[in-house]
Design a protein around this ligand. Structure first.
Ligand SMILES: [Zn+2]
Length: 209
């Protein structure tokens, strides 16, 4: 069962405008922060809350968006923060791409905490399930080739249940919201708790980014 962190619980600022409604999508794009995530957050969920507030502030005050760009945010304690939530167009996937997929941020970055633990991967899957149930999200789970945290490059996929992989060629890099594609291979017993994420060495277009 999903462990939701409501907007009130994480101290979200009210959106500055009205969301655009979105009744269904092709699926979900999974992102990482694209900046440093403090590994101390692993032992202190309050730091997850602070990070999500920081991301919201950056999106609203830096990008000028009406709210945090993500639909939901998963943290390494298997908690799922409500961002814009289901039913609303996100802002994190890039111009023209936001109505095709919801956006889930996994709280890992490209420095500091770069590899998700199992609880985080499970949280991402909880968020995806939630968006499917409540937001009409379709089956796709993807991101772009720009997404791979450097430390994860070339890491063998040992668990086989969830893994990052390059997305489609031509996907554009995003400054603070680089999507990760995560796939979940469910076996008869469900997702393996020992799953790992890894990434191909090069992106789909053959370029390293
Ligand atoms: Zn947390």
């Amino acid at each position: 069962m999903i462990d939701l962190v409501t907007r009130a619980a994480w101290g979200a600022r009210a959106p500055r405008g009205s969301y655009s409604p979105l009744l269904s999508t092709r699926g979900v794009k999974v992102h990482y922060t694209g900046d440093r995530v403090d590994p101390a957050l692993l032992d202190d969920h309050d730091r997850c809350v602070a990070k999500v507030r920081q991301v919201q502030a950056f999106h609203m005050d830096g990008n000028g968006w009406i709210d945090i760009g993500y639909s939901m945010v998963a943290c390494p304690h298997r908690k799922v923060f409500v961002g814009r939530g289901p039913g609303h167009v996100c802002a994190a996937n890039g111009g023209g791409l936001n109505s095709a997929h919801f956006a889930v941020l996994a709280l890992v970055g490209n420095a500091g905490l770069v590899e998700p633990n199992d609880e985080l991967l499970l949280g991402v899957m909880d968020a995806i399930d939630y968006l499917r149930e409540h937001g009409g999200a379709g089956k796709e789970i993807k991101g772009t080739a720009t997404a791979t945290p450097p430390a994860a490059r070339g890491t063998p996929c040992t668990g086989g249940c969830a893994r990052a992989r390059p997305g489609r060629a031509g996907s554009r890099p995003r400054r603070l919201s680089r999507p990760l594609a995560v796939t979940c291979r469910r076996s008869r017993g469900g997702c393996s708790p020992t799953r790992r994420w890894s990434a191909a060495r090069t992106c789909a277009s053959g370029r390293r980014r």
